[in-house]
Design a protein around this ligand. Structure first.
Ligand SMILES: [Zn+2]
Length: 381
């Protein structure tokens, strides 16, 4: 998924680079001035880290090498204060219910149990992630569900070689999808002994397609709401687990000042008022918006969600996001999530600069806090 990381990194438009250059120049000027200024006589300690419920880390676990990397790095991450890890497994598990959907180097139940046992021993909550609805392909590769069951494709038979699209989606109205996906969810919850599942659902661009005989003409918000509620009904209502998802499709891109990646420009955002409020929304932003703010955080909090702000590779942006998010009550602003879009690397991931930057700013609280807080249904006081 390095390509995916590169893709996300490359989305910065020229306009944004220009916009971002001014703060950068000001910061550089400040650094030069600070370096030339007389040094204070006494050492002034940095302010103590701020306590939050969750200090999270997201990584891919697509191969056994990824799993080994994660096992090697977990103790070091725990020392840095990480108490929540999302392991994005997707199709790369030895599914028994649907072995035809296994990736080429799937991890075993034994390996998943090793990860969960190690995390448990270190006070880390380990949550598997399965990319749902969107992200059913990457570049020219289409993943197992739509390869084995092409009838579930939202754009069946279209875009050969995945040319001219970002990622394929499954059809949220096809009745054949849910029974299969729910079995995969169940296997991951069991293998990881998890109390929650992250269902992804970011960057869904193909929804309500004219190429889909079931979805054509349907409101994208209605379709997205259905996909979220279908996952919720199984994971939360039936299984009694918590559900995490990425937040971009819930944000009105035109109103909130983020582009079509970090927010929705394809009509899905009204779903924010139609889905259960006890879903935890991972609100990912790799840069400040046009107004140098992250308005999605107060927006989602006011809607009644618990929010986990999420960053990527620029430590300066990580600090900006953490500083901004800590202004909000920490009962539902749950902390911070660092991300990589590949597997953990033994001896290296622990030194990932954004992780170190976040660790200096945060202190994760009790691992029970985030799970115990119940969302408020009304507006923020
Ligand atoms: Zn469809």
């Amino acid at each position: 998924m390095l390509e995916r990381m590169r893709s996300r990194a490359s989305r910065t438009s020229a306009a944004r680079i220009v916009r971002r250059s001014l703060p950068g120049l000001l910061a550089a000027a400040w650094l030069i001035q600070a370096a030339c200024a007389p040094r204070p006589m006494q050492f002034e300690p940095a302010p103590p880290p701020r306590t939050v419920a969750w200090f999270g880390f997201h990584a891919m676990v697509e191969t056994n090498k990824d799993a080994a990397g994660l096992l090697a790095e977990i103790p070091a991450l725990a020392k840095l204060g990480v108490n929540l890890i999302f392991a994005e497994v997707d199709y790369n598990y030895e599914y028994v219910s649907h072995p035809e959907l296994r990736g080429p180097d799937p991890i075993s139940k034994e390996t998943a149990r090793k990860m969960s046992a190690l995390c448990r021993s270190l006070g880390i909550r380990l949550v598997p992630e399965f990319q749902s609805l969107g992200h059913q392909s990457w570049a020219e590769k289409t993943y197992a569900l739509l390869t084995k069951y092409p009838q579930f494709d939202e754009t069946p038979g279209q875009f050969p070689g995945n040319k001219d699209i970002y990622c394929r989606s499954w059809c949220p109205l096809n009745p054949g999808v849910l029974p299969i996906i729910n079995q995969l969810y169940d296997e991951l919850l069991d293998a990881f002994e998890a109390d929650a599942l992250h269902v992804g659902m970011d960057e869904v661009f193909l929804i309500g397609s004219d190429f889909c005989p079931l979805c054509k003409g349907h409101d994208p918000a209605e379709l997205f709401t259905k996909a979220v509620k279908d996952a919720y009904d199984h994971i939360v209502t039936d299984r009694g687990k918590e559900m995490f998802m990425w937040g971009d499709r819930l944000l009105d891109g035109a109103a909130i000042g983020f582009g079509e990646w970090e927010a929705s420009m394809n009509g899905t955002f009204p779903a924010v008022d139609r889905i259960p409020k006890d879903i935890i929304v991972c609100d990912w932003h790799y840069e400040l918006n046009e107004a140098n703010a992250y308005p999605s955080i107060p927006f989602l909090l006011e809607k009644g969600f618990r929010v986990l702000p999420t960053s990527f590779k620029d430590p300066v942006q990580v600090k900006a996001l953490i500083d901004y998010s800590l202004k909000f009550p920490k009962d539902r602003m749950l902390g911070h999530l660092c991300t990589i879009w590949g597997g953990m690397k033994k001896g290296k991931t622990r030194n990932y600069p954004p992780l170190i930057a976040a660790a200096k700013l945060l202190r994760a609280g009790s691992s029970k806090v985030g799970a115990a807080v119940q969302p408020e249904k009304g507006r923020m006081p």
